[in-house]
Design a binder for this molecule. Structure first.
Ligand code: ATP
Ligand code: LTN
Length: 329
């Protein structure tokens, strides 16, 4: 069977080098493997307070970054989650098949809700994985490319599919998360024990940072004691993170990166990592800016929503019939 690939990024903030290495950079390769459904998870971005203008601008950015990364709108359905109403409709059905206990065990929910008063935690934040599972099953996706932090949500989607299919027959396609072997969890440059995350921007490199800032951030990244450039996540988390970034950007293994830097001291090592980031981001930003200026993303998103709706509405109908909702037309 040809593969069906689906993934999304939520427009909660400025995209980081973590988002780029973890997912964006590899997406164009997916076009050769099967049919791709790539979206902007804007409904998910509403699960924590966000300024409307910021949300809109972030959505434009993500659409443009997807295109700048090399996704070809003729071969991929690129769309806004909120413009394919089947996501919300399937969410209303699927919320009955995931349980409070399992939702409250989700790491993302625990981490994000810990930062707010209990009385301010929205239902959407708690029910986040229901919408995400709906996103995935709507397209009969079998491959879901994500960074490490999203694996738990895809696993929960698999539990849902099992539960649903046991009850109603073989209605939903079983998805599988796909993670990069290295680079699925790029760490913060200021605290390499924490994930680089757009909603906790300390130690982030942003995809829109100017090149002088990029160099400065890499040069001031936290390193470890000792002077050897060696990969050791436990003893040298800072150096390991920079080695990972370099290896991913150059498309080489960690061992090859270590070999390249064998005679280097930290300062020169960082300079070369900074150069690698600049070499990648500079042309990428140029493409991004052209897309933003031409507003070509608007037509792409419109056509993407049309293509996505065609597929999503079919699945929705199949699910509605399976659970016993009467269809009048
Ligand atoms: P937030 O901080 O708002 O939770 P985020 O930076 O984690 O956001 P998402 O929109 O949740 O970004 O992620 C988009 C994709 O990028 C997901 O597949 C996620 O797993 C991946 N990703 C996010 N951060 C990293 C990282 N530090 N390293 C590798 N992949 C990442
Ligand atoms: N939860 C993801 C974004 C997301 C997603 C999806 C990813 C929403 N729906 C479906 C893959 C498949 C995140 O926070 N990065």
């Amino acid at each position: 069977m040809a593969e069906r690939i689906l993934t999304g990024i939520k427009p909660t903030g400025q995209l980081t080098l973590g988002n780029y290495i973890g997912v964006l950079k590899n997406l164009p390769k997916m076009m050769d493997r099967g049919e791709c459904f790539i979206f902007i998870a804007d409904l998910h971005a509403l699960t924590l307070p966000i300024d409307p203008e910021v949300l809109r601008q972030n959505s434009v950015d993500i659409a443009s970054f997807y295109l700048a990364a090399g996704l070809d709108p003729k071969r991929v359905a690129l769309f806004l989650q909120s413009e394919v109403s089947a996501h919300s409709e399937l969410n209303a059905i699927m919320q009955n098949y995931l349980y409070m206990g399992e939702l409250s065990r989700m790491t993302q929910f625990k981490e994000k809700s810990a930062k707010i008063k209990e009385s301010g935690i929205g239902l959407g934040l708690f029910a986040y994985p229901v919408l995400m599972a709906s996103d995935i099953v709507l397209y009969d996706a079998n491959i879901v490319p994500v960074g490490e932090d999203q694996i738990q949500h895809v696993e929960l989607t698999r539990d849902l599919v099992n539960r649903f299919n046991q009850r109603y027959g073989n209605v939903l396609q079983m998805p599988k998360a796909e993670m990069r072997k290295i680079g699925a969890r790029i760490m913060s440059l200021s605290d390499p024990t924490k994930k680089m995350s757009k909603s906790d921007p300390k130690g982030d490199i942003f995809l829109k940072d100017d090149m002088a800032t990029v160099r400065k951030k890499v040069m001031s990244a936290v390193t470890d004691s000792g002077s050897e450039v060696k990969y050791d996540e436990e003893k040298k988390p800072g150096i390991s993170n920079l080695l990972t970034i370099y290896a991913c950007l150059k498309d080489i293994t960690i061992a090859e990166a270590e070999k390249h830097f064998v005679d280097y001291r930290y300062g020169d090592f960082k300079k070369e990592v900074a150069q690698a980031v600049v070499d990648e981001l500079e042309p990428f930003q140029k493409r991004y800016q052209e897309i933003v200026d031409s507003k070509s993303y608007l037509e792409v998103l419109k056509e993407g929503a049309r293509k996505a709706s065609e597929v999503a509405n079919k699945t929705l109908l199949r699910v509605k019939k399976a659970v016993g909702l009467l269809i009048s037309k």
